[in-house]
Design a protein around this ligand. Structure first.
Ligand code: V47
Length: 361
């Protein structure tokens, strides 16, 4: 492999990886631009195996998207709808609880809850939702509300971010998912989601959560109109925030799905870009323990290969995911534990069922 790394111009990065030296933005540019995919995969896999050995994690989880009504209506999103749209919906607390109740017999450890920025649901709705889920299934970990939703809840409740988080934690919030980060670049946000929480504020909400003792995830939505430099800036901003707080659990690159969005004219991401996005993030985010290959967006086949390109986690059983499926994903709605374990074993890895905090179940 050393010969191949030299031919690919990646030997200096190889030496840095071997000596655990932090990679620069220029290294990131070189890694994204390489056409030597196996050499890139080899480097990312070195880092992956140092951090996580041969383990590949997954979680028994359930997704609930409580409402698609949204005031932001980002151009890349097929899920968000205006309140008057025929497909707009919002679930009552009772409907949410019945989704949890329906699956009482299953060993679910986490419920993952996100929704649009609803114009008039009150703060009390979110508190009641958390309390009602905890009352129904006390042992379940609730991972809910992206940093963007948290900022919205702070705005509607007239509280600071810290106070909002405190109230949500008391009601049962366990951790925060990684959505809403998109690409931090102001250029991208102005073009695609001008009303959305700015990137620096997303990072501030995440860091405030970390200081309050909440762990959070991080994402980047890639494969639309962003440049390679904007991707790298995004990753380095996450790395800097992680240096400050250490509160991020994992990073998930989200592959853009164009169908039914205002960017429908764009192509879907290819397998090469998907694998590069996993591999480069594994190499640049040296202070993140876990990189997740989200099978719902990548498809199970690419997600399985990603386990050799830097990823150590496939997410989970999921069920009833709406955000990617409304944007044309042709993946199934759920995978069983044995399907996930089969994918992992076939990739030569050891399946480890984890809880939200990456403790083996
Ligand atoms: O914030 C929206 C993205 C996110 C599209 O934290 C799209 O473990 C692709 O964040 N094509 C929500 N992506 C999903 C998310 C997530 C998923 C799984 C696990 C975790 C985690 C987080 O999906 C949104 C947005 O960035 N998104 N529209 C689309 N058309």
């Amino acid at each position: 492999m050393e010969k191949a790394l030299k031919e690919a111009g990646l030997f200096e990065i190889y030496e840095k990886v071997l000596s655990d030296t932090r990679l620069s933005a220029e290294d990131g540019e070189l890694l994204f631009s390489t056409t030597h995919l196996p050499a890139l995969g080899y480097l990312a896999n070195l880092k992956r195996e140092r951090l996580n050995g041969n383990q590949a994690y997954y979680i028994y989880n359930q997704h609930i998207n409580y409402s698609n009504i949204c005031i932001n209506l980002c151009k890349f999103c097929a899920f968000g709808k205006e309140k008057t749209h025929p497909e707009a919906y919002e679930m009552s607390i009772e409907e949410i609880v019945s989704k949890i109740r329906e699956r009482h017999a299953e060993p679910i450890t986490e419920v993952h809850i996100v929704g649009g920025l609803h114009p008039d649901l009150p703060y009390g709705y979110y508190i009641d939702m958390l309390k009602a889920i905890k009352a129904e299934r006390p042992e379940i970990h609730i991972q809910a509300f992206t940093c963007v939703e948290i900022a919205h809840l702070a705005a509607i409740s007239g509280q600071s971010i810290a106070e909002t988080l405190e109230g949500l934690m008391q009601a049962g919030l366990g951790s925060i998912p990684g959505g809403g980060a998109e690409v931090f670049s102001t250029r991208i946000r102005e073009k695609l989601c001008p009303g959305k929480l700015p990137g620096k504020d997303w990072l501030e909400v995440a860091k405030t959560a970390h200081r309050a003792g909440l762990r959070t995830n991080a994402t980047m939505l890639y494969g639309h109109i962003e440049t390679t430099s904007e991707r790298i800036e995004h990753l380095l901003a996450l790395r800097e925030a992680q240096d400050e707080t250490g509160g991020f659990l994992c990073y998930i690159p989200l592959a853009f799905h164009p169908k039914n969005t205002k960017l429908e004219y764009l192509s879907s991401t290819g397998g090469v870009d998907d694998l590069k996005s996993i591999a480069v993030s594994r190499l640049l985010l040296d202070n993140f323990s876990h990189i997740k290959a989200y099978w719902v967006m990548l498809g199970p086949k690419v997600a399985q290969i990603a386990l050799s390109f830097g990823a150590d986690d496939l997410d989970g059983t999921v069920l009833e995911e709406k955000i990617t499926h409304m944007a044309g994903a042709d993946t199934s709605q759920a995978m069983t534990r044995s399907e996930i374990e089969h994918l992992i074993r076939q990739a030569g890895r050891k399946p480890v069922e984890r809880d939200t905090l990456y403790e083996p179940v």
